[in-house]
Ligand binder design. Structure first.
Ligand code: AMP
Length: 511
């Protein structure tokens, strides 16, 4: 972005002077993640990045106190007009890293100057929402354009005056082919989650879109991983992109996520899930399943057991998915049962727990999933169900994140015997349980309950209140106010746990 001099830009208000001191930030950030993880020690506040004051006002209202690493790395070169390739995962603050320079640089009098391509509809809605939220004190507006909604309405929204269009590649191609939009005035292109876009199969659409943009443009690529194909795309469609990496190798997961696995037999998974949701304190939980059918069946099962659960998967109408997302944003929902595609890019504050009902086949999907929780500056918990024949999948995850995921046992959860006609699975095939346990730590123990100490040690290891794993022996049982979590009970839990404002009173019914 070449227009860093505010006096040359119609959307002009002077960059604010530096105000905050490092000390002040130290006090303001009691939960700041460990040094070298999320933040860059040399960039302590947004003022020093030279963003205009209207942008800084939005940043402040969003509650951002200091730039994350990817923001410190990307904002200055993007503001200077450079092409960039940045490696950053969801949850690192990557959206604001490209949104703030756009809000700073765009001309309020020119329409559709910036294009942001994203892989999914949900991410599309979220990115546009975040841009508009951060830019609410600027004249710059973003519109979300994605499949599943009426194309004419979206064209109207662009024409009414969107400076930034956030779009999935498929819908944008559709609009271009029908002659509704053209890309001749585009000055900035951002490709967000490039690796995902390529995985989903948007290769050709992306190439065709980039070819239609003027060659005199700025191009920014953001990707969680940097496989050769992403690098090639960036080299082919930008000018000497500077490459920045905001993820330490081997530290792909958010450090603030406390991760555990639970060994379970296939027939016990639903019961174990119900047990966790009713005996622990998950305020806002996302349960990930592999198939749409499991999503539907599991959500129905939970609702039958008085859990306030909502399904979300790709076969649901977009309007229904949007309703679920709205509920999530308002804090009106307790448990979301979701498939990967539906939940990708989901950016909702206050998700406390992620439960992998189905451990993903692809370890990177695990990283994406658990990135839903522990958003910047918060803690989160991820529980992964591992069936006896799935040990290898967990090992793959551990290899990718370069850390061991500890086991969590529930002495008060009694595994049931195999139903008629089924046998208890053992890891690695038909070997004796003792032998299996000896070699495979993912072994399912068919002889419950495990000693209480195992549970408490696991909890203690995870609980900052008990450093060194020493737990008071009279710890009260951890229950949801002593009752099964219903919609109402969980609502209270959300309010109490997250100290969020209670939702507004229900609107009176329309006449
Ligand atoms: P993203 O990586 O863009 O998905 O952002 C993850 C979450 O972090 C979003 O909820 C952002 O609003 C939030 N966020 C972004 N930047 C910051 C920051 N500097 N400080 C605190 N929260 C942030």
């Amino acid at each position: 972005m070449n227009s860093t001099n505010p006096s040359t830009v119609p959307n002009s208000d002077a960059p604010a002077a530096e105000t905050a001191t490092p000390e002040a930030h130290g006090q303001l950030m009691p939960h700041a993640p460990a040094k070298g993880d999320l933040y860059d020690d040399s960039v302590l506040n947004f003022e020093q990045l030279g963003l205009r004051s209207s942008v800084l006002k939005g940043v402040k209202e969003a509650g951002f106190e200091r730039p994350t690493k990817i923001q410190a790395m990307l904002i200055p070169p993007i503001m200077a007009g450079k092409d960039m390739l940045g490696q950053a995962k969801t949850g690192s603050g990557k959206t604001a890293a490209f949104a703030l320079p756009l809000l700073h640089a765009l001309d309020k009098d020119a329409q559709f100057q910036a294009l942001v391509l994203v892989p999914t509809r949900e991410l599309c809605v979220q990115v546009a929402r975040e841009v508009n939220e951060l830019g609410k004190h600027t004249p710059i507006k973003a519109a979300a354009v994605y499949g599943g909604e009426r194309i004419n309405q979206q064209v109207e929204t662009i024409k009414r005056g969107a400076h930034i269009v956030v779009s999935t590649p498929g819908r944008l191609m559709d609009m271009m082919e029908r002659g509704y939009v053209h890309l001749r005035a585009i000055k900035h292109v951002v490709l967000d989650e490039v690796d995902r876009m390529l995985d989903i199969g948007f290769r050709e659409d992306i190439r065709r879109i980039l070819k239609q943009c003027p060659s005199e443009r700025q191009t920014v690529f953001v990707s969680a991983t940097l496989p050769e194909e992403v690098e090639r795309l960036a080299r082919g469609y930008s000018k000497n992109p500077e490459r920045v990496i905001a993820i330490a190798k081997g530290a792909m997961t958010t450090a603030a996520v406390r991760q555990f696995y639970l060994a379970v037999q296939p027939w016990d998974r639903r019961r174990l899930l119900l047990h966790l949701l009713t005996h622990e304190e998950p305020a806002l939980t996302v349960v990930f399943c592999r198939t749409k059918r499991t999503v539907d069946e599991l959500a129905e099962f939970l609702v039958r057991h008085k859990i306030d659960a909502h399904p979300m998967h790709g076969d649901m109408y977009q309007s229904k998915r949007n309703k679920v997302i709205e509920k999530l944003h308002k804090g009106d929902l307790s448990v979301l049962v979701a498939s990967d595609l539906a939940a990708r890019g989901l950016d909702v504050d206050g998700i406390t727990h992620v439960i992998n009902y189905d451990i993903p086949e692809d370890a990177e999907v695990y990283v994406h999933r658990i990135g839903r929780t522990a958003r910047i500056g918060r803690e989160g918990v991820a529980w992964t169900f591992v069936m006896p024949d799935q040990g290898e999948l967990l090992t793959n995850v551990e290899n990718l994140i370069n850390a061991e995921v500890p086991k969590l046992d529930y002495p008060d959860f009694k595994p049931s015997p195999p139903p008629p006609g089924r046998v208890a699975l053992q890891p690695g095939g038909p070997v004796s349980e003792a032998k299996a346990n000896q070699f495979n730590r993912y072994a399912f123990s068919a002889t419950p309950p495990l000693p209480v100490v195992a549970k408490e040690t696991a909890k203690a290891a995870a609980d900052p209140r008990f450093p060194g794993g020493v737990v008071p022996s009279k710890l009260p049982p951890k229950r949801m106010f002593g009752k099964v979590k219903t919609a109402h009970g969980m609502k209270q839990a959300i309010d109490a746990t997250l100290k969020t404002d209670p939702p507004p009173p229900p609107k009176p019914d329309a006449p």
